[in-house]
Design a protein around this ligand. Sequence first.
Ligand code: NAD
Length: 356
Amino acid sequence: MAHEVVLIPGDGIGPEISRAMQRVVEATGVSIAWNVQDAGAAVMETEGTPLPERVLDAIVEARVAIKGPVTTPVGSGFRSINVALRKHFDLFSCVRPCLSQPGDGSRYTDIDLVIFRENTEDLYAGIEFSPNDSEVQTIVDAIVRSGQTPPRPGSALSIKPISEVGSRRIVEAAFAYAECAGRRKVTAVHKANIMKETDGLFLRVAREVAASHPTVAFEDRIVDAACMGLVQDPWSFDVLVMPNLYGDIISDLGAGLIGGLGMAPGANMGQTVALFEATHGSAPDIAGKDRANPTALILSAAMMLDHLGEHAAGSKIREAVRTVLHEGACVTADVRHTQTGSSAGAVGTQAYADAL
Ligand code: NAD
């Protein structure tokens, strides 16, 4: 029987990498009934919302979805549909493996990290006030009453919620994965020296969870030092777990260690729904030019196939990616550029998918 999967192609490079991904998944022989649902800026124009109910209903029904990137307007405009989907389905665990492939063009080899990013809280929750919002004065009054220094008049404010429940479940997910996959260490990343209440809570919970998983080593790193360490000696890390915003930033750093954003897959996991997507965005600078690297979305699809119990098909995809990158004759412009300093001789998105 076919697996039902909701596909949100997204915008920018989304539709072209989604097409490449679908072709590669179908070549494994696994039967997928794709339920294609558009969302994003173009849908906003025709349906008045970037994330219509029909998309949410389809995901409830299928429980598994894969999505291309969706553009979020900077500053004013609609809020991120990526954040909305993660919140709506409580997809609290964002899992982003960063694994070197021979031929990925990176300056680094043998990188094997897995990032666990909390996906529903933190400054990413998007609870914000403009300087003119009437609530700002109430918040400033509360800050003054608490004896803390109020923000400068005319400040915009952002609230950073970090909960015990939210912290515990993401750290538990990281340890459960580490135990299951035979990984040696979990590193909690935070800024608890400055944000003593929010990141302090995250770190306290991480230490408690670590104590109940004695077979996996545990350490914590302050986020700035973690960034330096990841650039200087990424091999000293293994599994990393962190609040939302640090996870967003460190995921891109991790992608930079394995050949770039075109290589970095991911999964957003909740209790009932799993949504697979690449780490990267809609790359408007190369959209519609058949230049995007679909590897990140294709490896996200391999994670999805594992989730569906189709491990052999997932492995076939990973093997195909390793082989084609290693051979080096058919690679997209980003990989060719990091390998040689020029994109001459690169192939397009669909030709690369043909090779896979
Ligand atoms: P981006 O990830 O889209 O692009 C950053 C750089 O990486 C660009 O130079 C781009 O060409 C390159 N790049 C990204 N993916 C690539 C690929 N598959 N192959 C080759 N090169 C690739 O980041 P951005 O420009 O900051 O964001 C663009 C838009 O994407 C924004 O609206 C942002 O909000 C959105 N975004 C969406 C998601 C998502 O849907 N999950 C994630 C991140 C950003």
